[in-house]
Design a protein around this ligand. Structure first.
Ligand code: ADP
Length: 446
Protein backbone atom coordinates (compact mmCIF):
# COMPACT_ATOMS: atom_id res chain seq x y z
CA UNK A 1 0.00 0.00 0.00
CA UNK A 2 2.73 2.47 1.08
CA UNK A 3 4.98 1.58 -1.83
CA UNK A 4 2.08 1.96 -4.23
CA UNK A 5 1.47 5.47 -2.85
CA UNK A 6 5.14 6.34 -3.15
CA UNK A 7 5.26 5.18 -6.80
CA UNK A 8 2.27 7.44 -7.52
CA UNK A 9 4.02 10.41 -5.90
CA UNK A 10 7.16 9.69 -7.87
CA UNK A 11 5.19 9.56 -11.17
CA UNK A 12 3.51 12.81 -10.22
CA UNK A 13 6.90 14.43 -9.62
CA UNK A 14 8.26 13.30 -13.01
CA UNK A 15 5.06 14.55 -14.61
CA UNK A 16 5.46 17.89 -12.85
CA UNK A 17 9.09 18.18 -14.10
CA UNK A 18 7.95 17.25 -17.62
CA UNK A 19 5.16 19.81 -17.55
CA UNK A 20 7.61 22.43 -16.34
CA UNK A 21 9.97 21.67 -19.27
CA UNK A 22 7.00 21.88 -21.65
CA UNK A 23 5.97 25.18 -20.13
CA UNK A 24 9.52 26.43 -20.45
CA UNK A 25 9.62 25.48 -24.15
CA UNK A 26 6.34 27.25 -24.74
CA UNK A 27 7.58 30.23 -22.85
CA UNK A 28 10.73 30.37 -25.02
CA UNK A 29 8.66 30.17 -28.18
CA UNK A 30 6.27 32.87 -27.17
CA UNK A 31 8.57 35.06 -25.12
CA UNK A 32 9.19 38.58 -26.39
CA UNK A 33 12.16 39.08 -24.04
CA UNK A 34 15.80 38.98 -24.92
CA UNK A 35 18.02 35.91 -25.18
CA UNK A 36 20.04 36.45 -22.00
CA UNK A 37 16.96 37.00 -19.89
CA UNK A 38 15.40 33.90 -21.37
CA UNK A 39 18.51 31.84 -20.70
CA UNK A 40 18.55 32.87 -17.04
CA UNK A 41 14.89 32.02 -16.65
CA UNK A 42 15.31 28.67 -18.36
CA UNK A 43 18.33 27.86 -16.25
CA UNK A 44 16.46 28.53 -13.03
CA UNK A 45 13.50 26.38 -14.11
CA UNK A 46 15.85 23.61 -15.19
CA UNK A 47 17.62 23.73 -11.82
CA UNK A 48 14.34 23.37 -9.96
CA UNK A 49 13.22 20.49 -12.24
CA UNK A 50 16.57 18.72 -11.76
CA UNK A 51 16.44 19.04 -7.99
CA UNK A 52 12.97 17.57 -7.93
CA UNK A 53 14.17 14.74 -10.10
CA UNK A 54 17.07 14.08 -7.69
CA UNK A 55 14.69 13.95 -4.78
CA UNK A 56 12.40 11.62 -6.70
CA UNK A 57 15.36 9.44 -7.69
CA UNK A 58 16.51 9.19 -4.05
CA UNK A 59 13.02 8.26 -2.92
CA UNK A 60 12.86 5.62 -5.61
CA UNK A 61 16.17 4.15 -4.50
CA UNK A 62 15.01 3.95 -0.89
CA UNK A 63 11.76 2.38 -1.96
CA UNK A 64 13.65 -0.16 -3.96
CA UNK A 65 15.83 -1.12 -1.01
CA UNK A 66 12.76 -1.56 1.19
CA UNK A 67 11.17 -3.69 -1.47
CA UNK A 68 14.23 -5.94 -1.74
CA UNK A 69 14.39 -6.36 2.09
CA UNK A 70 10.68 -7.25 2.24
CA UNK A 71 11.06 -9.71 -0.60
CA UNK A 72 14.03 -11.36 1.19
CA UNK A 73 12.07 -11.65 4.44
CA UNK A 74 9.11 -13.17 2.60
CA UNK A 75 11.44 -15.62 0.84
CA UNK A 76 13.12 -16.62 4.14
CA UNK A 77 9.73 -17.24 5.69
CA UNK A 78 8.58 -19.25 2.68
CA UNK A 79 11.79 -21.26 2.86
CA UNK A 80 11.22 -21.96 6.55
CA UNK A 81 7.71 -23.23 5.94
CA UNK A 82 8.89 -25.26 2.96
CA UNK A 83 11.54 -26.92 5.16
CA UNK A 84 8.99 -27.58 7.89
CA UNK A 85 6.76 -29.20 5.31
CA UNK A 86 9.58 -31.03 3.58
CA UNK A 87 11.34 -32.50 6.61
CA UNK A 88 8.31 -33.08 8.87
CA UNK A 89 8.39 -36.58 10.43
CA UNK A 90 4.83 -37.24 9.26
CA UNK A 91 3.67 -37.45 5.69
CA UNK A 92 2.11 -34.21 4.39
CA UNK A 93 0.21 -33.83 1.14
CA UNK A 94 -1.69 -31.04 -0.58
CA UNK A 95 -4.38 -32.18 -3.00
CA UNK A 96 -7.23 -30.58 -4.87
CA UNK A 97 -10.80 -31.28 -3.81
CA UNK A 98 -10.78 -34.50 -5.89
CA UNK A 99 -7.74 -35.82 -4.11
CA UNK A 100 -5.23 -35.16 -6.92
CA UNK A 101 -1.81 -34.61 -5.33
CA UNK A 102 -0.10 -31.24 -5.87
CA UNK A 103 2.56 -31.42 -3.26
CA UNK A 104 4.07 -34.18 -1.15
CA UNK A 105 6.84 -34.08 1.42
CA UNK A 106 9.65 -36.62 1.86
CA UNK A 107 7.93 -38.52 4.67
CA UNK A 108 4.83 -39.00 2.47
CA UNK A 109 6.98 -40.33 -0.38
CA UNK A 110 8.82 -42.73 1.92
CA UNK A 111 5.51 -43.93 3.44
CA UNK A 112 4.34 -44.89 -0.06
CA UNK A 113 7.79 -46.23 -0.96
CA UNK A 114 8.10 -44.02 -4.06
CA UNK A 115 9.86 -40.75 -5.05
CA UNK A 116 8.33 -37.34 -4.43
CA UNK A 117 8.23 -36.66 -8.17
CA UNK A 118 6.27 -39.84 -8.77
CA UNK A 119 3.57 -38.83 -6.31
CA UNK A 120 2.85 -35.36 -7.66
CA UNK A 121 -0.01 -35.41 -10.16
CA UNK A 122 -1.35 -38.82 -9.02
CA UNK A 123 -4.74 -39.20 -7.34
CA UNK A 124 -4.25 -40.07 -3.67
CA UNK A 125 -6.70 -42.97 -4.00
CA UNK A 126 -4.13 -45.00 -5.98
CA UNK A 127 -2.17 -45.35 -2.73
CA UNK A 128 -5.23 -46.57 -0.82
CA UNK A 129 -5.62 -50.36 -0.50
CA UNK A 130 -8.41 -51.69 -2.79
CA UNK A 131 -10.61 -52.80 0.12
CA UNK A 132 -10.64 -49.29 1.59
CA UNK A 133 -11.27 -47.33 -1.62
CA UNK A 134 -15.06 -47.25 -1.40
CA UNK A 135 -15.02 -45.73 2.06
CA UNK A 136 -12.17 -43.40 1.05
CA UNK A 137 -14.31 -42.04 -1.85
CA UNK A 138 -17.23 -41.53 0.52
CA UNK A 139 -14.98 -39.62 2.94
CA UNK A 140 -13.63 -37.50 0.09
CA UNK A 141 -17.14 -36.52 -1.02
CA UNK A 142 -18.06 -35.59 2.52
CA UNK A 143 -14.85 -33.56 2.88
CA UNK A 144 -15.85 -31.16 0.11
CA UNK A 145 -18.79 -29.97 2.20
CA UNK A 146 -17.26 -30.43 5.63
CA UNK A 147 -15.45 -27.84 7.65
CA UNK A 148 -12.83 -28.39 10.33
CA UNK A 149 -10.46 -31.31 10.61
CA UNK A 150 -11.53 -34.86 9.74
CA UNK A 151 -9.74 -38.01 10.86
CA UNK A 152 -10.04 -41.68 9.98
CA UNK A 153 -7.91 -44.81 9.78
CA UNK A 154 -7.20 -46.47 6.47
CA UNK A 155 -5.05 -49.16 4.92
CA UNK A 156 -2.45 -47.64 2.57
CA UNK A 157 -0.28 -49.31 -0.04
CA UNK A 158 3.49 -49.18 0.13
CA UNK A 159 5.32 -50.00 -3.06
CA UNK A 160 7.16 -53.31 -2.80
CA UNK A 161 5.83 -54.05 0.64
CA UNK A 162 2.59 -54.99 2.35
CA UNK A 163 -0.17 -52.49 3.08
CA UNK A 164 0.07 -50.63 6.38
CA UNK A 165 -2.39 -49.07 8.80
CA UNK A 166 -2.40 -45.29 8.62
CA UNK A 167 -4.23 -42.46 10.35
CA UNK A 168 -5.37 -39.70 7.99
CA UNK A 169 -5.98 -36.18 9.25
CA UNK A 170 -7.32 -33.77 6.65
CA UNK A 171 -8.49 -30.18 6.55
CA UNK A 172 -10.24 -28.47 3.63
CA UNK A 173 -8.77 -24.98 2.97
CA UNK A 174 -10.10 -22.39 0.49
CA UNK A 175 -7.51 -20.50 -1.62
CA UNK A 176 -7.63 -16.87 -2.84
CA UNK A 177 -9.35 -17.91 -6.07
CA UNK A 178 -12.15 -19.62 -4.16
CA UNK A 179 -10.92 -23.17 -4.88
CA UNK A 180 -10.95 -25.80 -2.14
CA UNK A 181 -7.75 -27.71 -1.56
CA UNK A 182 -7.09 -30.41 0.98
CA UNK A 183 -4.18 -30.60 3.44
CA UNK A 184 -3.44 -34.14 4.53
CA UNK A 185 -1.35 -35.53 7.33
CA UNK A 186 -0.56 -39.25 7.08
CA UNK A 187 0.81 -41.22 10.00
CA UNK A 188 1.93 -44.84 9.97
CA UNK A 189 0.10 -46.46 12.91
CA UNK A 190 0.93 -50.08 12.12
CA UNK A 191 3.10 -50.42 15.26
CA UNK A 192 0.25 -49.08 17.41
CA UNK A 193 -2.27 -51.40 15.71
CA UNK A 194 0.05 -54.37 16.21
CA UNK A 195 0.46 -53.49 19.89
CA UNK A 196 -3.34 -53.15 20.25
CA UNK A 197 -3.78 -56.51 18.54
CA UNK A 198 -1.24 -58.08 20.90
CA UNK A 199 -2.96 -56.60 23.95
CA UNK A 200 -6.29 -57.97 22.67
CA UNK A 201 -4.83 -61.44 22.23
CA UNK A 202 -3.17 -61.30 25.67
CA UNK A 203 -6.48 -60.24 27.19
CA UNK A 204 -8.18 -63.15 25.49
CA UNK A 205 -5.47 -65.54 26.65
CA UNK A 206 -5.79 -64.12 30.12
CA UNK A 207 -9.54 -64.65 30.13
CA UNK A 208 -9.02 -68.22 28.98
CA UNK A 209 -6.43 -68.78 31.70
CA UNK A 210 -8.73 -67.32 34.35
CA UNK A 211 -11.47 -69.65 33.14
CA UNK A 212 -9.12 -72.66 33.12
CA UNK A 213 -7.95 -71.81 36.65
CA UNK A 214 -11.55 -71.46 37.78
CA UNK A 215 -12.45 -74.83 36.27
CA UNK A 216 -9.35 -76.43 37.77
CA UNK A 217 -10.17 -75.06 41.22
CA UNK A 218 -13.79 -76.14 40.87
CA UNK A 219 -12.67 -79.62 39.87
CA UNK A 220 -10.20 -79.81 42.76
CA UNK A 221 -12.78 -78.62 45.27
CA UNK A 222 -15.28 -81.15 44.00
CA UNK A 223 -12.77 -84.00 43.94
CA UNK A 224 -11.43 -83.18 47.39
CA UNK A 225 -14.96 -83.18 48.75
CA UNK A 226 -15.73 -86.50 47.06
CA UNK A 227 -12.52 -87.99 48.45
CA UNK A 228 -13.06 -86.72 51.97
CA UNK A 229 -16.33 -88.52 52.50
CA UNK A 230 -15.00 -92.10 51.91
CA UNK A 231 -11.78 -91.21 53.78
CA UNK A 232 -13.77 -90.34 56.87
CA UNK A 233 -15.46 -93.74 56.65
CA UNK A 234 -12.08 -95.51 56.32
CA UNK A 235 -10.71 -93.60 59.31
CA UNK A 236 -13.83 -94.08 61.42
CA UNK A 237 -13.99 -97.82 60.84
CA UNK A 238 -10.28 -98.45 61.27
CA UNK A 239 -10.43 -96.52 64.56
CA UNK A 240 -13.34 -98.70 65.66
CA UNK A 241 -11.33 -101.81 64.78
CA UNK A 242 -8.35 -100.50 66.76
CA UNK A 243 -10.54 -100.12 69.81
CA UNK A 244 -11.34 -103.84 69.71
CA UNK A 245 -9.55 -105.90 72.39
CA UNK A 246 -6.16 -107.24 71.16
CA UNK A 247 -7.14 -110.91 71.22
CA UNK A 248 -10.02 -110.26 68.81
CA UNK A 249 -7.73 -108.80 66.14
CA UNK A 250 -4.37 -110.45 66.62
CA UNK A 251 -1.11 -108.45 66.70
CA UNK A 252 -0.46 -108.58 62.96
CA UNK A 253 -3.98 -107.47 62.04
CA UNK A 254 -3.90 -104.68 64.67
CA UNK A 255 -0.63 -103.49 63.15
CA UNK A 256 -2.15 -103.45 59.68
CA UNK A 257 -5.23 -101.56 60.84
CA UNK A 258 -2.98 -99.03 62.54
CA UNK A 259 -1.12 -98.49 59.29
CA UNK A 260 -4.45 -98.10 57.46
CA UNK A 261 -5.47 -95.52 60.07
CA UNK A 262 -2.17 -93.55 59.90
CA UNK A 263 -2.06 -93.55 56.09
CA UNK A 264 -5.71 -92.54 56.02
CA UNK A 265 -5.00 -89.61 58.38
CA UNK A 266 -2.12 -88.52 56.19
CA UNK A 267 -4.28 -88.78 53.09
CA UNK A 268 -6.99 -86.73 54.79
CA UNK A 269 -4.46 -83.98 55.61
CA UNK A 270 -3.45 -83.91 51.95
CA UNK A 271 -7.08 -83.71 50.87
CA UNK A 272 -7.74 -80.90 53.39
CA UNK A 273 -4.71 -78.99 52.08
CA UNK A 274 -5.81 -79.36 48.47
CA UNK A 275 -9.34 -78.35 49.36
CA UNK A 276 -8.14 -75.29 51.25
CA UNK A 277 -5.77 -74.27 48.55
CA UNK A 278 -8.29 -74.62 45.74
CA UNK A 279 -10.82 -72.62 47.76
CA UNK A 280 -8.23 -69.89 48.25
CA UNK A 281 -7.29 -69.95 44.55
CA UNK A 282 -10.85 -69.70 43.33
CA UNK A 283 -11.59 -66.91 45.79
CA UNK A 284 -14.28 -69.01 47.46
CA UNK A 285 -12.84 -68.67 50.90
CA UNK A 286 -14.39 -66.01 53.08
CA UNK A 287 -13.05 -64.54 56.30
CA UNK A 288 -15.30 -64.43 59.34
CA UNK A 289 -13.89 -61.87 61.77
CA UNK A 290 -14.57 -62.06 65.51
CA UNK A 291 -12.97 -60.45 68.54
CA UNK A 292 -10.66 -62.70 70.62
CA UNK A 293 -7.47 -62.73 72.68
CA UNK A 294 -4.57 -63.57 70.38
CA UNK A 295 -2.26 -64.63 73.26
CA UNK A 296 -4.81 -67.15 74.43
CA UNK A 297 -5.39 -68.57 70.95
CA UNK A 298 -1.66 -68.93 70.31
CA UNK A 299 -1.10 -70.62 73.69
CA UNK A 300 -4.01 -73.04 73.10
CA UNK A 301 -2.74 -73.96 69.63
CA UNK A 302 0.76 -74.56 70.93
CA UNK A 303 -0.68 -76.85 73.63
CA UNK A 304 -2.53 -78.84 70.98
CA UNK A 305 0.71 -79.49 69.14
CA UNK A 306 2.88 -79.96 72.21
CA UNK A 307 2.59 -83.76 72.07
CA UNK A 308 4.11 -83.71 68.55
CA UNK A 309 7.11 -81.81 69.91
CA UNK A 310 7.42 -83.98 72.98
CA UNK A 311 7.49 -87.14 70.79
CA UNK A 312 10.65 -85.67 69.21
CA UNK A 313 12.06 -84.51 72.57
CA UNK A 314 11.75 -80.89 71.55
CA UNK A 315 11.00 -78.02 73.90
CA UNK A 316 8.25 -75.64 72.83
CA UNK A 317 7.72 -72.21 74.43
CA UNK A 318 5.39 -69.24 74.06
CA UNK A 319 6.73 -65.76 74.77
CA UNK A 320 4.57 -62.69 75.21
CA UNK A 321 4.90 -59.56 77.36
CA UNK A 322 1.16 -59.25 77.79
CA UNK A 323 -1.65 -61.58 78.81
CA UNK A 324 -4.15 -60.13 76.46
CA UNK A 325 -3.79 -58.79 72.94
CA UNK A 326 -7.24 -58.23 71.61
CA UNK A 327 -7.72 -58.71 67.83
CA UNK A 328 -10.61 -58.87 65.38
CA UNK A 329 -9.77 -61.74 63.08
CA UNK A 330 -10.89 -64.98 61.52
CA UNK A 331 -9.88 -67.26 64.39
CA UNK A 332 -10.12 -70.49 62.39
CA UNK A 333 -7.90 -69.20 59.58
CA UNK A 334 -5.44 -67.62 61.99
CA UNK A 335 -5.14 -70.97 63.77
CA UNK A 336 -4.63 -72.63 60.39
CA UNK A 337 -1.66 -70.32 59.76
CA UNK A 338 -0.24 -71.08 63.20
CA UNK A 339 -0.72 -74.84 62.94
CA UNK A 340 1.00 -74.97 59.55
CA UNK A 341 4.00 -72.95 60.73
CA UNK A 342 4.27 -74.77 64.06
CA UNK A 343 3.89 -78.20 62.47
CA UNK A 344 6.67 -77.31 60.03
CA UNK A 345 8.90 -76.01 62.82
CA UNK A 346 8.46 -79.29 64.70
CA UNK A 347 8.70 -81.43 61.54
CA UNK A 348 11.96 -79.85 60.38
CA UNK A 349 13.65 -79.73 63.80
CA UNK A 350 15.37 -82.78 65.27
CA UNK A 351 17.15 -81.25 68.26
CA UNK A 352 16.61 -78.11 70.25
CA UNK A 353 13.48 -76.05 70.63
CA UNK A 354 10.67 -74.12 69.07
CA UNK A 355 9.76 -70.61 70.22
CA UNK A 356 6.54 -68.78 69.50
CA UNK A 357 6.51 -65.07 70.22
CA UNK A 358 3.43 -62.82 70.11
CA UNK A 359 3.82 -59.04 70.13
CA UNK A 360 2.24 -55.77 69.10
CA UNK A 361 3.63 -53.67 66.26
CA UNK A 362 2.37 -50.17 66.92
CA UNK A 363 -1.30 -49.54 67.65
CA UNK A 364 -2.74 -51.23 64.54
CA UNK A 365 -0.65 -54.34 63.97
CA UNK A 366 0.22 -57.57 65.72
CA UNK A 367 2.90 -60.14 64.95
CA UNK A 368 3.65 -63.79 65.59
CA UNK A 369 7.15 -65.18 65.16
CA UNK A 370 7.86 -68.92 65.09
CA UNK A 371 11.51 -69.77 65.59
CA UNK A 372 13.10 -73.22 65.46
CA UNK A 373 16.56 -74.74 65.73
CA UNK A 374 15.97 -77.11 62.81
CA UNK A 375 17.56 -77.95 59.50
CA UNK A 376 17.09 -74.45 58.07
CA UNK A 377 16.53 -73.42 54.44
CA UNK A 378 19.20 -72.49 51.92
CA UNK A 379 19.12 -68.82 50.84
CA UNK A 380 18.55 -69.78 47.22
CA UNK A 381 15.41 -71.70 48.22
CA UNK A 382 13.87 -69.00 50.39
CA UNK A 383 12.04 -67.26 47.56
CA UNK A 384 10.44 -70.53 46.38
CA UNK A 385 9.07 -71.99 49.56
CA UNK A 386 5.79 -70.03 49.43
CA UNK A 387 4.98 -71.38 45.98
CA UNK A 388 2.55 -74.27 45.80
CA UNK A 389 3.96 -77.81 45.70
CA UNK A 390 7.48 -76.58 46.49
CA UNK A 391 9.55 -78.67 48.79
CA UNK A 392 13.17 -77.80 49.25
CA UNK A 393 16.23 -79.42 50.83
CA UNK A 394 15.17 -82.77 49.36
CA UNK A 395 18.05 -84.72 50.81
CA UNK A 396 17.18 -83.48 54.32
CA UNK A 397 13.42 -83.57 54.07
CA UNK A 398 12.65 -86.72 52.10
CA UNK A 399 11.66 -88.68 55.21
CA UNK A 400 9.33 -85.89 56.33
CA UNK A 401 5.95 -86.23 54.68
CA UNK A 402 4.11 -83.23 53.25
CA UNK A 403 2.33 -81.80 50.23
CA UNK A 404 4.31 -78.66 49.66
CA UNK A 405 1.02 -76.77 50.01
CA UNK A 406 1.22 -75.68 53.67
CA UNK A 407 3.26 -72.51 53.14
CA UNK A 408 1.38 -71.62 49.93
CA UNK A 409 -1.85 -71.73 51.95
CA UNK A 410 -0.30 -69.69 54.76
CA UNK A 411 1.01 -67.10 52.30
CA UNK A 412 -2.37 -66.71 50.60
CA UNK A 413 -4.23 -66.49 53.90
CA UNK A 414 -1.84 -63.84 55.21
CA UNK A 415 -2.26 -61.83 52.01
CA UNK A 416 -6.01 -62.22 52.23
CA UNK A 417 -5.80 -60.75 55.73
CA UNK A 418 -3.79 -57.85 54.32
CA UNK A 419 -0.75 -58.96 56.30
CA UNK A 420 2.84 -59.86 55.60
CA UNK A 421 4.93 -63.00 56.03
CA UNK A 422 8.71 -63.15 56.04
CA UNK A 423 11.32 -65.78 56.75
CA UNK A 424 14.90 -65.76 57.95
CA UNK A 425 16.82 -68.99 57.87
CA UNK A 426 20.24 -70.52 57.89
CA UNK A 427 21.04 -74.08 56.88
CA UNK A 428 21.78 -76.22 59.93
CA UNK A 429 20.97 -73.37 62.36
CA UNK A 430 17.22 -72.87 62.14
CA UNK A 431 14.42 -70.74 60.75
CA UNK A 432 12.18 -67.90 61.90
CA UNK A 433 8.84 -67.31 60.18
CA UNK A 434 7.33 -63.92 61.05
CA UNK A 435 3.69 -63.07 60.33
CA UNK A 436 2.54 -59.48 60.68
CA UNK A 437 -1.20 -58.86 60.63
CA UNK A 438 -3.53 -55.89 61.04
CA UNK A 439 -5.13 -55.93 64.47
CA UNK A 440 -8.52 -55.73 62.76
CA UNK A 441 -8.88 -57.78 59.63
CA UNK A 442 -10.62 -56.16 56.68
CA UNK A 443 -12.37 -58.46 54.29
CA UNK A 444 -10.47 -58.33 51.02
CA UNK A 445 -11.10 -60.19 47.81
CA UNK A 446 -7.87 -61.58 46.39
P1 ADP B 1 5.35 -79.36 53.33
O1 ADP B 1 4.02 -80.01 53.27
O2 ADP B 1 6.40 -80.05 52.55
O3 ADP B 1 5.77 -79.05 54.73
P2 ADP B 1 5.22 -76.52 53.10
O4 ADP B 1 4.62 -75.68 52.05
O5 ADP B 1 4.67 -76.37 54.48
O6 ADP B 1 5.13 -78.00 52.59
O7 ADP B 1 6.76 -76.22 53.15
C1 ADP B 1 7.48 -76.18 51.93
C2 ADP B 1 8.91 -76.56 52.15
O8 ADP B 1 9.57 -75.52 52.88
C3 ADP B 1 9.10 -77.79 53.00
O9 ADP B 1 9.02 -78.96 52.21
C4 ADP B 1 10.47 -77.58 53.57
O10 ADP B 1 11.46 -77.96 52.62
C5 ADP B 1 10.55 -76.06 53.75
N1 ADP B 1 10.24 -75.63 55.11
C6 ADP B 1 9.09 -75.15 55.60
N2 ADP B 1 9.17 -74.83 56.91
C7 ADP B 1 10.43 -75.13 57.27
C8 ADP B 1 11.16 -75.05 58.51
N3 ADP B 1 10.63 -74.56 59.64
N4 ADP B 1 12.46 -75.45 58.50
C9 ADP B 1 13.02 -75.92 57.38
N5 ADP B 1 12.39 -76.04 56.20
C10 ADP B 1 11.12 -75.65 56.14
Amino acid sequence: MTSHLQTDQFTQKIEAARQRTEALKQHVRESPCGKTELMALSWAELQTALEELHVAEEELRQQNEELIATREAVEAERQRYQELFEFAPDGYLVTDANGKIWEANRAAASLFGVSQNYIVGKPLIVFVAEECRRSFRAHLTRLRNASGVQEWDVLLKRSGSKAFDAALTVAAVGDTRGNINLRWMIRDISARKEAEEKIRSYELENLQLVEITRLKSQFLALMSHELRTPMNAILGFSQLLLRQPQNQLGERQANMVERIFNSGKHLLTLIEDILNFSKLESGNLELNPEEFNLVETVTDTVEELRSLATQKHLEIHVKCDRDNISVVHDKIRLRQILINLLANAIKFTDVGEVWVEVYEVGPNKVAIAIRDTGIGIAESDLENIFMEFRQVNHFLTRDRSGTGLGLAIVDRLVRMMNGDISVESKLGVGSTFRVELPRKVRILNL
